[in-house]
Design a protein around this ligand. Structure first.
Ligand code: SF4
Ligand code: SF4
Length: 490
């Protein structure tokens, strides 16, 4: 049965095997197919997760692997990332997979290529996963495919975690059908995501991403710098003591799986750095014997680290997990002068009730057809916004929705609907320990006016690239930017 449909069946708990995880080394095709056959023969796993573009070079194409899995009677779920795919390529690829029979996808923004990569291809980041989901809703194929999205409940700070959940709400609102967590090891955080979805009535099924981890796997994950995956001291110490014992890893993964199921997840994605189904089979066998007493493993699997991260809910003192009461958030502070100034100008000029809205609109309409006046206004916009926001004149201004910080100059992946999952301890995936994540800075700015930071604007669609290097002021009043206002001169 289709993995996505099975997720909705009570107590079904389907599992999917991650055949090409980002931490794995190059795999031989025949080994992968043997693994698929072994899983299908066992009968407990019939779905296989494939990355359209695995981190490690493979001597075969993912569409071929997907087709062969289908021919063997299995189901592939293909993860499509936007690192190197612009909107047209992403849609083209999706249609290619669709024609091959693939009906389940995971849409992700994608990792930023590591500096150590030999690959010289430049990343594209033409849009984010929310924008891709928005585009897909207009496609014929959309009706017949299950669209997965990713969320990380494993962030350390309020400024990272709240945005992860806000972005999740956006993904669901634009059509995501199921949710897969980022790889993580903190059981209280796994529990938190379930409670968050209950609180906000998010009905999409939840799939936990877990990995058969021993010290060797941990080293692979760290060597590859898997974005956003944090391995805390207690976990690393435990792995070190086991001295890479596979039995230790199998036992811990079985307990994790039992806890995940006990907590109420609808399914799991299991990864192993080697394509060895026999080990996964041992995990599944063990889980079956451990399932009933899952609560008692919670303490053994407490890998939350010594510094206490931000949890969305208050701790339940009875079981060390979460209560249903949201935790207090940091107090709002005084807004920065740039934020205050920008907020005031935005109200004056861009809000229809603002005193200068009509006048500015008329002036923009006057300038648009006149070369000299267009150039004058363009230069004025550039000279005022470049020093304040690092403006790149993208022609479709979103400052109003992002705490008056420019995503074009602030976020290497140009994420416009919330952060990617790659930040660690508030730092950007691309500049670890050097530059704070753009969205953490947006959060700080927004804290200047509200204590509970949420998105203030609707999801923002993919940018019209033909507006590049044009005046966003004029585009706004002409209804050419994403807000599509109809300015009427009265
Ligand atoms: S116009 Fe574009 S590049 Fe300039 S500040 Fe606004 S969002 Fe940034
Ligand atoms: S600034 Fe934040 S959202 Fe942008 S790439 Fe870095 S970690 Fe991701």
């Amino acid at each position: 049965m289709n993995f996505f449909r099975e997720l909705s069946i009570r107590n079904s708990f389907p599992m999917c095997f991650n055949l090409l995880p980002h931490y794995a080394a190059e795999q031989e095709y025949t080994v992968l197919m043997k693994c698929v056959d072994a899983a299908l023969e066992d009968g407990r796993i019939g779905t296989f997760f494939l990355s359209d573009r695995p981190a490690c070079h493979q001597g075969f194409s993912t569409p071929k692997l997907a087709k062969d899995i289908l021919a063997s009677g299995g189901e592939p779920i293909v993860s499509l990332a936007l690192t190197y795919n612009d909107r047209n390529t992403a849609i083209h690829k999706l249609q290619e997979y669709y024609q091959a029979g693939v009906r389940q996808f995971l849409f992700v923004s994608g990792d930023y290529p590591a500096q150590s990569d030999q690959n010289t291809e430049k990343p594209v980041f033409d849009m984010d996963s929310v924008q891709l989901l928005m585009i897909l809703s207009g496609l014929e194929e959309s009706e017949n495919i299950a669209k997965g999205c990713v969320v990380s409940p494993f962030k350390t700070f309020e400024s990272e975690q709240v945005w992860q959940y806000e972005k999740l709400k956006r993904k669901i609102s634009v059509g995501a059908d199921f949710i897969v967590t980022q790889l993580g090891y903190d059981m209280r955080k796994f529990d938190e995501l379930i409670r968050f979805c209950t609180l906000y009535k998010i009905m999409a099924p939840l799939v936990a991403n877990i990995c058969l981890t021993d010290m060797h796997t941990a080293r692979l994950i760290q060597a590859r710098g898997l974005p956003g995956v944090k391995m805390e001291g207690p976990l690393l110490r435990g792995l070190h003591e086991e001295a890479s014992s596979r039995q230790g890893a199998i036992g811990r993964t079985a307990k994790t799986l039992a806890v995940i199921k006990g907590l109420g997840y609808h399914g799991a994605l299991i990864g192993n750095h080697s394509a060895d189904y026999f080990e996964v089979k041992q995990v599944l066998d063990k889980t079956e014997t451990l399932q009933l007493g899952w609560q008692k493993f919670l303490d053994q699997l407490d890998f939350s680290g010594s510094e206490s991260p931000f949890y969305y809910f208050q701790e339940d003192p009875h079981n060390g997990r979460n209560s249903s009461k949201p935790a207090p958030v940091a107090l709002k502070h005084f807004p920065t002068p740039t934020y205050l100034f920008s907020y005031f100008v935005d109200w004056l000029v861009y809000v229809p009730q603002g005193p200068l809205f009509s006048l500015t609109g008329r002036f923009c309409h006057f300038c648009n057809p006149r070369k000299f006046w267009y150039g004058f206004l363009w230069l004025l916009e550039y000279l005022s916004k470049r020093p304040l926001y690092g403006c790149k004149m993208c022609g479709d201004c979103t400052l109003y929705a992002c705490g008056f910080l420019c995503y074009q100059s602030g976020c290497p992946k140009k994420m416009l609907n919330g952060p990617c999952g790659g930040s660690i301890d508030g730092y950007c995936e691309v500049f670890p320990e050097k530059k704070r994540c753009y969205w953490a800075r947006v959060y700080h700015n927004m804290k200047g006016v509200r204590q509970h930071v949420t998105f203030t604007a609707a999801p923002i669609p993919a940018r019209d690239t033909s507006l590049d290097r044009s005046s966003s002021w004029i585009n706004f009043f002409l209804g050419k930017d994403h807000r599509k206002i109809k300015f009427e001169d009265d």
